[in-house]
Design a protein around this ligand. Structure first.
Ligand SMILES: Nc1ncnc2c1ncn2[C@@H]1O[C@H](COP(=O)(O)OP(=O)(O)OP(=O)(O)O)[C@@H](O)[C@H]1O
Length: 270
């Protein structure tokens, strides 16, 4: 399968105000076209820094990010984001439909086509009825579904999700996880999903990349060999799910203790 995203030797050092922080030391990984990869690591390990570099919002100190063969030096046209803070990512003065349509205005699309994409995306997240509402009239989970619809309508080559469900309650979170899996399977999108939640990473991902503590490297990557058809009730109690989450948990604990990466045990970073 063709690699959609290629990150090579990525390093980011923050400098300023007399402080120097090496947030990301050396990250190399790929995400294949149509793959759903979860990135998980201890708090403060540089997940957001990495995503900002991947999204072209922050220039790396060294290394390179390529999307579909092209180097990323600013926000690439084929990329969409869903952030944790849905409250800040939607414009409160714009109706839901207009929020979803806004990024499409950058694309040279006819008005009817834009409307079609908006209607289709809102239907995909079960919010067809909310197009005329304002974001603040919706629950947190619904607002995050609007943010997902906005990303879908844009028809991205790759979707970056930065802890998107951290601010919603557990029940809503489970529903949104299932929504992401369903949309991923229906639309064949490439998704890079960042989370600090081990269970979420294993439940969602086809592959989990475990990051070390900052300065960050890829500690291990794990293929999630669970069936593609997953559901909250059965997948989470499957013995294989428990084994995988234990492996990720042990790696994260070792990362927190600052233990060296066991490079010999690592599968090849294809
Ligand atoms: N603009 C900045 N200037 C200086 N240091 C920064 C800046 N942004 C992040 N850092 C530092 O880089 C390191 C990684 O931060 P980052 O926010 O990328 O981690 P994270 O894994 O996303 O954290 P969390 O899981 O807590 O959200 C931290 O030590 C942080 O203090």
């Amino acid at each position: 399968m063709q690699a959609s995203l290629v990150v090579t030797g990525l390093r980011k050092v923050y400098e300023g105000s007399g402080r120097r922080v090496e947030a990301v030391r050396d990250l190399t990984f790929t995400v294949d076209t149509g793959e759903l990869v979860c990135l998980v690591g201890p708090s403060g390990c540089g997940k957001t820094t990495l995503l900002k570099c991947v999204g072209g919002l922050l220039a790396p100190t060294a290394g390179e990010v390529r999307l579909a063969g092209r180097p990323v030096s600013g926000p690439p046209p084929g990329m969409a984001f869903v952030f944790q803070e849905y409250g800040r990512s939607l414009f409160p003065w714009m109706r839901v439909g207009d929020n979803v349509e806004l990024p499409l205005k950058q694309k040279k699309l006819s008005r009817p086509r834009r409307r079609e994409l908006v209607a289709d995306a809102l239907a995909s997240v079960g919010l067809s009825d909310a197009a005329g509402a304002y974001p603040w009239q919706l629950s947190g989970g619904m607002q995050q579904r609007v943010a997902i619809a906005r990303a879908l309508a844009y028809e991205p080559e790759i979707l970056l999700m930065d802890e998107p469900f951290a601010a919603v309650d557990a029940q809503t979170r489970a529903d949104l996880e299932d929504l992401v899996r369903r949309l991923w399977r229906q639309r064949g999108m490439t998704i890079l999903f960042v989370t600090h939640d081990i269970d979420e990473a294993v439940y969602l991902g086809e592959r989990v990349l475990i990051l070390s503590a900052s300065p960050t490297v890829v500690r291990e990557q794990l293929k999630v060999d669970l069936p593609e058809e997953r559901d909250q009730l059965h997948t989470r109690v499957a013995p294989r799910f428990a084994e995988l989450r234990t492996q990720v948990y042990e790696q994260i604990q070792a990362a927190k203790r600052g233990e060296a990466v066991r490079r010999t045990d690592m599968p090849p970073l294809h």
